[in-house]
Design a protein around this ligand. Structure first.
Ligand SMILES: [Zn+2]
Length: 380
């Protein structure tokens, strides 16, 4: 049997860790990666946003010029209700594919960036600085990366960032922001036979849903990300039929575009609904956008064209990533999303990643980093 390449073997090992989120399962996997990178001589910082929820920042080099940074997350989504064809943590390789939860989203990307970094460390001059950021808690709203961004001293400084989420190794320039709101309405309970003695919270919530359906953002469409959207995902209220409900909740999924602030959106929704609604942002991730005409982006397109068999065009992705908080923490540096695995397989039953894409990603990451150090930062 053919020996697995280092990046595929590492991806296989990472899939063996159960890092499902919700949960607090990332510690063992981050410890494993810390030990690996420590053996390779990287400088390491581990920072936890909660008990057993650590993120890892690993780097080498002296930072004579702006550093190059790769980032990704180690948590995965749950398994879903449908039964898997094989053990989701069994690390099976069949028909040139690595199967398992997180194989596509995004342990293959982590394995490729770690392997590329280890290879680069052996041959780059020591004045070239490379940073790896591996976070916990992305799937529940980028908790790990927002926490790192609040402690920005930990991540140092960088000039360009690649998020190694699955894109079939196609470089993508952005995504919409995600703002998931829970809006709580309060009332006063009473017997269902005497509704005039209570205040019905479901009526308040229903009126809010009607207003939200008519809400418009007044934004010009973005040329690549189109228009912002709003969708009411749930209306929960009341306990039993013969009581006036004193509580109701409405869930709203808003997808924002560049030029909008999520905080402004919360204020607009608040003023639309009046003071009685209590709004909590459950997920609050800003949009991500990098101008595809920047010289560095063009340089990346030229670097990956021979591997993809085409010159990439500006494209975006539907899901959100750790890009927005990290890009902001680095002062708005150009940021691309590029990694192995088919984005449509993320979060699916029987998720897999083609091993060829893991090997290609490793090669691409090495090329991108090396070309970055030959690239003048003022050309960004
Ligand atoms: Zn992901």
């Amino acid at each position: 049997m053919k020996k697995l390449s280092a990046s595929v073997a590492l991806a296989q090992q990472l899939v063996g860790f159960d890092t499902r989120n919700p949960g607090s399962n990332e510690l063992e996997c981050i410890t494993f990666l810390s030990e690996l990178l420590n053996r390779e001589g990287f400088d390491l910082t581990v920072l936890s946003f909660d008990e057993n929820r650590p993120s890892l920042v690993a780097s080498f080099g002296e930072e004579k010029g702006p550093a190059f940074c790769f980032a990704g997350h180690i948590d995965t989504v749950p398994l879903g209700k449908k039964e898997w064809a094989s053990d989701p943590f069994g690390r099976d390789i069949k028909m040139g594919r690595l199967y398992g939860r997180g194989s596509s989203d995004m342990k293959s990307g982590i394995a490729a960036m770690v392997t590329a970094a280890c290879n680069l460390k052996k041959r780059l001059p020591k004045e070239n600085k490379l940073i790896l950021i591996i976070v916990a808690g992305e799937e529940s709203g980028c908790q790990g990366s927002y926490h790192l961004a609040q402690n920005a001293g930990v991540i140092g400084r960088a000039g360009a960032l690649v998020i190694t989420e699955p894109t079939n190794n196609y470089p993508l320039v952005g995504h919409k922001g995600a703002l998931w709101l829970d809006i709580a309405f309060k009332g006063k309970t009473a017997h269902g036979a005497m509704p005039h003695k209570g205040v019905n919270a479901v009526y308040k919530a229903a009126e809010a849903v009607r207003q939200l359906e008519e809400f418009t953002f007044n934004m010009e469409p973005h040329p690549y990300l189109a228009c912002p959207t709003l969708s009411v995902g749930y209306l929960h209220g009341g306990i039993n039929v013969n009581s006036v409900p004193d509580g109701a909740n409405v869930g709203v999924d808003i997808r924002t575009i560049p030029g909008m602030s999520n905080e402004d959106c919360i204020r607009q929704i608040g003023s639309l609904l009046g003071g009685s609604a209590e709004i909590t942002a459950k997920v609050n991730v800003s949009p991500l956008w990098t101008d595809p005409n920047l010289p560095w982006v063009k340089n990346v397109y030229a670097t990956v064209a021979p591997i993809l068999g085409e010159v990439p065009r500006p494209r975006t992705v539907a899901f959100f990533t750790d890009g927005p908080p990290l890009k902001a923490a680095y002062g708005g540096i150009p940021t691309l999303i590029l990694g192995p695995g088919d984005p449509s397989l993320a979060h699916q039953t029987d998720e897999y990643c083609p091993i060829k894409e893991i090997e290609d990603a490793t090669f691409i990451y090495e090329q991108l980093a090396e070309s970055w150090y030959n690239f003048s930062p003022d050309k960004c």
